[in-house]
Design a protein around this ligand. Sequence first.
Ligand code: DX5
Ligand code: ZN
Length: 217
Amino acid sequence: MSILIAPSVLAADFANLQQEVEMLNKSDADYIHVDIMDGVFVPNISFGLPVTEAIKRHALKPLDVHLMIINPDQYLEAFKNAGAAIISVHVEACNHLHRTLQAIKDLGCQAGVAINPHTSIETIRNVIQDIDMVCIMSVNPGFGGQKFIEHTYTKIKDLKKMISETGANTKIEIDGGVNANNAQMLKDAGADVLVAGNFVFSAADPKQVIADLKVLK
Ligand code: DX5
Ligand code: ZN
């Protein structure tokens, strides 16, 4: 199956967000990755609901909303209303992950779970069948443009094994430090979706970069 590409607008020019989203509409991107940071769960603040709504107003691709926030349950409905198609919460921010996943699905969204680099995939084994997409963080969340963490490959392979053993229908997304040097290896390890922020938006021709990722063998 061909890899799915989710450019992260965290690296876009916020003063020209409409043009950036229109560029993604014309590109081979499959999703638009929207990074929400609250300054508490992660040491950075990005943007919130009004900006997500503004992206949605122009977007022709589904919004993949990555909540890097504490107490995500409080905001699920608001992000659904702002236009989220996929909502990913962090396992580290959820005391009752099973309930949170059901709440996301009850809203009609796909349910994602993001796991930090230090977090074991065993934390999600018991709910893997309830997860539409696991987002493996390949950097510590909070900032774009960080260096890819190498142990991610092992984690992808282990998670892929867990998914096939349980017969779950769960996609694996990789988020952080994705570029031309690691994209093929990530796909080979079992990644289904690649998030790319700086690699896409700092390129002279972002549409071409997306097209090149999309045709990985
Ligand atoms: C990191 C965010 C990522 C980030 C990726 O906290 O979750 O989605 O935007 O950016 P790059 O691709 O630049 O590492
Ligand atoms: Zn993200």
